[in-house]
Design a binder for this molecule. Structure first.
Ligand code: ADP
Length: 256
């Protein structure tokens, strides 16, 4: 997309020519479009639970429900409220992370990051009878980064691996060093991702199966947060997946 400007050249009150300027505004346009899209997605995502809450509250106010119905409605309202809270947290996280990293100069030990998350993640795995296996080399090289962001990245990836793996499955977290890089892998033997969706899963609010993701408590923002964190740390992320076989996320970071 180009913006064209025309300006006459005037000498002694006579137009003797014209200056034509062309400016490529493709990037600006794209950025504007992405912003507009984001705002409209956010509004839609926030509105869905809100509409549901409103509906249930109105029904409770207008009808005389028995105690059981009353409680089940309140339960729905509670769940939708939690969902709203999660969404808002993720949106705030995303915008904070998008604005960059402040403490990249700190040295972070990914081994420590993962072991400190175990008390949070282990119960989720146990709940689904999932074998959560860690294979982190001792003496892993440190990376320059932000401890909290790297924790968030690991939580989102491992959370997803547990969420999208059926009962009795396996989730493995591996870390090693190779060619001056720290390589982290989160591998599951879950439902997998269809090939046509693979290129889009890092987009905000993109979900392969909206209904399933929502039921599992997903906001569709987890992987776009992960991607931003990896970029903030000058790393690379890739995903390999096969439907009904499993998914592997591989991240590489430059060593400090
Ligand atoms: P969500 O909150 O829906 O999990 P994410 O951004 O974390 O959102 O992930 C985007 C989508 O990618 C998910 O809705 C899901 O369809 C797919 N996905 C992510 N991780 C996995 C995984 N380990 N196995 C299968 N599908 C996954």
């Amino acid at each position: 997309t180009f913006r064209i400007r025309l300006a006459p050249i005037i000498r002694e009150e006579k137009a003797i020519g014209v200056v034509i300027s062309l400016r490529d505004i493709t990037d600006i346009r794209q950025l504007q479009q992405m912003r507009t899209e984001f705002v409209s997605n956010v509004s839609h995502e926030l509105k869905t639970p809100l509409t549901s809450i409103k509906g249930y509250v109105e029904t409770l106010l207008e009808t005389e429900a028995d105690e059981e119905t009353y409680e089940s409605f309140l339960e729905v309202i509670k769940n939708e409220t939690n969902r709203l809270e999660l969404l808002i947290d993720d949106i705030l996280n995303l915008s904070k992370i998008e604005s960059g990293v402040n403490e990249l100069e700190k040295k972070v030990d990914i081994n420590k990051v993962v072991s400190n998350l175990l008390s949070l993640l282990k119960p989720k795995a146990v709940d689904k009878n999932i074998n959560l296996k860690l294979a982190l080399d001792d003496n892993l090289p440190l990376i320059n980064g932000d401890y909290n962001q790297l924790s968030r990245m690991m939580i989102n990836l491992i959370d997803n691996a547990i969420k999208y793996t059926p009962e009795g499955g396996k989730v493995e977290v591996e870390a090693s060093s190779k060619d001056q890089k720290l390589v982290v892998e989160v591998k599951d033997n879950g439902i997998g991702i269809p090939e046509e969706d693979l290129v889009r899963i890092f987009e905000r609010f993109y979900r392969v199966d909206k209904g399933r993701s929502r039921k599992l408590g997903g906001t569709g923002l987890g992987l776009s947060i992960v991607k931003h964190i990896v970029e903030n740390h000058h790393g690379d992320i890739r995903v390999d997946s096969e439907v009904e076989q499993g998914t592997t996320f591989t991240i590489e970071f430059p060593i400090a």
